[in-house]
Design a protein around this ligand. Structure first.
Ligand code: NAI
Ligand code: MG
Length: 502
């Protein structure tokens, strides 16, 4: 980070806040640490064919807590033979058990998994926060309830697949390979595993290397649910392991969530293989605020849109487009709001912004923020004491951003908001769509007709109106352009796990 810029800004903020921050100075929060036991093992095995299996590769790597850089657990690195074993187990389970089981029986397993996740929600939330750095408030109130909700929702589909595609006889693909990222580890698992199982597929899942623990704990839930052996297999490891999963000849479908770069590689690699592919990649969402918007509500939506999960969100509202007439007012309010965001210990229930998931991601954020300063945008960061160990980044706002700046084009995947302005509706649409991505967008206005117009004009898979980051398992999620293709959630997401003309 350019510290000189940072310091001058910090001084400015302190001055600004002394008038207002009586609250912050006198009402210091007591720490409110979460104390539930995450029940994390010091080391894990792979989960293959219903068993805990040490990796044939003999390799392990450490998963650390990004908030204090301590080792949390030792994670197995699955090699070629391990991934092959997982696919063989999945294939056997598919042929001998899962494909023969009536949907109503499959549904019972999904209901059971959902309930077990609810029973152990607090434990899983703490584990998620320790391994990945997200605030406990978010893992507790968002990740875990949503993960369970996805299993409940898809449980209901398992015996109703004929209604999902009237006139056809939908069939599962067989074994699917699934590769997930580190920003919502358990939730992305649920998004992938629940529809796959409901549709009758068996699974080989590869979690992200920095956040494998909740997936390995999920194996405990599968065992408790007595899911037949081999229906879900979990192979941990890095990108190499992911590539082995995608390339395996038994993978009839590959579902990937992660960077656009790896998504493109997978697309090239799978071309011509006959494998189905769905990709959920990056984003650079426009959050568009018109002058007639409910301003205070919009400010909260902007804050949530970019600082939720440290901005490690593919649909984050990272480009704020404000109508010129209200731009100064909104930026002023945003600065006040940034100054009271609490950055720090993810396990503290008062924390708003937790740890950046990895040192590598922190490096990427620093690099892009530096580029913003060098390219001439104006940086604002409130005075805030970051913890001395661990990976942290202050909430950051850039004004004076132009469309050509890297911070307006590239996914930062961090707590950094770029503010641009517009005058007319057409200009807002033009600027919002001027991106290689198309995952989500937000519109803030008092006019229903404008919402309808904007939601058609914006080339984004999800358009939120007068809200942001709202999710429901019944609602499909997915992108346009370089944000990928295929949907997750809802009927559309389910159909991506079914073969309609077998
Ligand atoms: P990544 O795309 O490398 O990682 C996502 C998953 O893909 C992980 O499980 C990883 O092990 C696996 N993977 C990596 N290389 C692979 C390969 N060749 N074949 C198969 N699987 C492979 O993303 P990374 O490097 O962790 O993050 C880089 C950037 O990507 C972030 O800064 C962010 O901009 C974006 N990203 C977007 C996500 C989203 O939700 N759309 C999630 C994670 C990252
Ligand atoms: Mg970790």
């Amino acid at each position: 980070m350019d510290t000189s810029t940072n310091d001058s800004n910090a001084a400015g903020t302190r001055e600004a806040s002394s008038a207002r921050l009586i609250f912050g100075d006198l009402w210091e929060f007591d720490p409110a640490p979460e104390s539930a036991d995450p029940r994390i093992e010091p080391g894990y095995d792979l989960f293959i064919g219903g068993n805990n299996v040490p990796p044939k590769s003999g390799e392990h790597f450490d998963s650390i807590n990004p908030a204090n850089e301590t080792v949390v657990s030792s994670i197995p690195e699955a090699g070629r033979a391990d991934v092959d074993d997982a696919f063989q187990a999945a294939d056997k389970a598919y042929r001998t058990v899962w494909s023969r089981m009536p949907g109503r029986e499959r549904g019972k397993y999904l209901f059971r998994i959902a309930r077990l996740l609810q029973d152990r929600a607090r434990e899983f939330a703490v584990a998620e926060t320790i391994d990945g750095g997200k605030p406990i408030r978010e893992s507790r109130d968002f990740d875990l309830p949503m993960a369970a909700a996805h299993f409940f929702y898809h449980a209901g589909w398992a015996d109703k697949l004929v209604y999902a595609a009237p006139g056809s006889t939908p069939q599962p693909h067989g074994v699917v390979g699934q590769i997930i990222p580190w920003n919502f580890p358990l939730l992305m698992l649920a998004w992938k595993v629940a529809p796959a199982l409901a549709a009758g597929n068996c699974v080989v899942l590869k979690p992200a290397e920095t956040t494998s623990i909740t997936a390995l704990k999920f194996a405990e839930i599968l065992r408790e649910a007595e899911l037949p052996d081999g229906v879900v297999n979990i192979v941990t490891g890095g990108g190499e392991t992911g590539a082995l999963v995608a390339r395996h000849p038994l993978a009839r479908k590959v579902a990937f969530t992660g960077s656009t770069e790896v998504g493109k590689m997978l697309m090239r690699e799978l071309a011509g293989t006959g494998k189905k592919l769905t990709l959920e990649l990056g984003g650079k969402a426009a959050n568009i605020v018109f002058e007639d918007a409910p301003i205070d509500q919009a400010v909260e939506g902007i804050i949530n849109g970019i600082f939720f999960n440290q901005g490690h969100v593919c649909c984050a509202g990272s480009r704020l487009l404000v109508q010129e007439s209200v731009s100064d007012r909104i930026v002023e309010k945003l600065k006040h709001r940034l100054a009271v965001l609490r950055v720090g210990d993810p396990l503290d229930k008062n924390t708003d912004i937790g740890a950046i998931n990895s040192e590598r991601q922190l490096g990427k954020i620093h690099e892009l923020v530096r580029s913003g300063v060098l390219e001439g945008a104006t940086l604002y960061q409130p005075a805030c004491d970051l913890p001395e160990t661990g990976f942290f980044f202050p909430p950051t706002l850039f004004t004076g951003v132009s469309q050509s700046h890297r911070i307006a084009r590239e996914e930062i995947f961090g707590p950094v908001l770029s503010v641009l302005t517009f005058r007319t509706v057409d200009e807002a649409v033009e600027k919002a769509n001027n991106t290689a991505y198309g995952l989500s967008a937000g519109v803030w206005t008092d006019k229903g007709s404008r919402i309808l117009k904007m939601s058609t004009a914006l080339k984004a898979g999800v358009v939120w109106a007068n809200t942001f980051n709202k999710f429901d398992p019944a609602s499909p999620f997915g992108g346009y352009k370089e944000s990928g293709f295929g949907r997750e959630g809802g009927l559309q997401g389910l159909l991506d796990y079914l073969n309609l003309d077998p």
